[in-house]
Design a protein around this ligand. Sequence first.
Ligand code: PHB
Ligand code: FE
Length: 327
Amino acid sequence: MTTTEATEVTATEPNAEGYKQFTLGGFTFRRDEFFAHITWPTGSHVLSVDNFLRALQRDVAWDFFYGTVNFDGVFGTVNHYGTVDMFAGRYNDAYRKAELDHVENFETPLIRETFKAMLDDWTNDGFDPFASPAETEKPFGVKHGSNTPAVTRHRVTAERMVGVPGDEPIRTDATHPINRMFADVSQDEPEIHAEPGFEGEVAAFSLYAYLSRSDVTWNPSVVSQCKASLYCPTTEEYILPVIHGNDRVEWFIQLSDEIRWEVEDRDTGKPRAKVVMKAGDVAAMPGDIRHQGYSPKRSMLLVWENASPEIPELIRTGKASVYPVEF
Ligand code: PHB
Ligand code: FE
């Protein structure tokens, strides 16, 4: 394993299809009209560019998220909160047994800047990697334009709660029209009756109305924060474009409709469970799994994270469990 420290992005001039080729350590990335091609010293891999860009968009926007972001069963990243592993075949039994897997560790700024530059260069006009496939144009073809406003859009991260003065604002028709699939969601907002003198300290908002106006999918945003407790609701449609490998327990509360989760062993990919969550269902996803969700209709999901930085180490040293409760 090597650690690279510079933050300079290494890219070529545009290729025949108009896209730059990027190099990060021993990995190279090239796109053509339909595919992303990745090479590393012991192998190579091809992904459909639509899935690659959707996964890349989330890895960038989430700043490598909690734990592992698998773009598919071969390629992905592991967040060490300061540095990031980029791997090929590392969490794939067959690649491991054939000794074809490869991992390199990078300072977060270097991989972040490289991924941001690749996402911007490879995203064409009209394609929005965060949008439902039903609400965006296709990413394919030779390079035509760009979509920088979409790939750099603001990520909601409330410091206290949406609607608190000075914090993330609630959404309105002017900024966020109601999504086509949530036309029936009530837009009533709660009435606030604060004790005199406390008017500036009491806030409330309708989370359903807020989520009905989300223009992105599979993108948990922080709507409230109390110490390490983060409420990260999200609206889902079609398939989560990454397979997330947890490094801590996550709670899911299905706020509407239905999501089917494919749950596998985090390190080998062996199937562990299929979880069907219907509106009102609550589940705790263990800290040693990876999972991918399928949402046949646009749905609302509340992801509840414990963002405490000590958790991965507590789990590694056996001081915390990968389950929230032992029965
Ligand atoms: C997850 O990995 O837990 C996750 C990621 C994105 C979502 C929902 C859940 O939209
Ligand atoms: Fe997860």
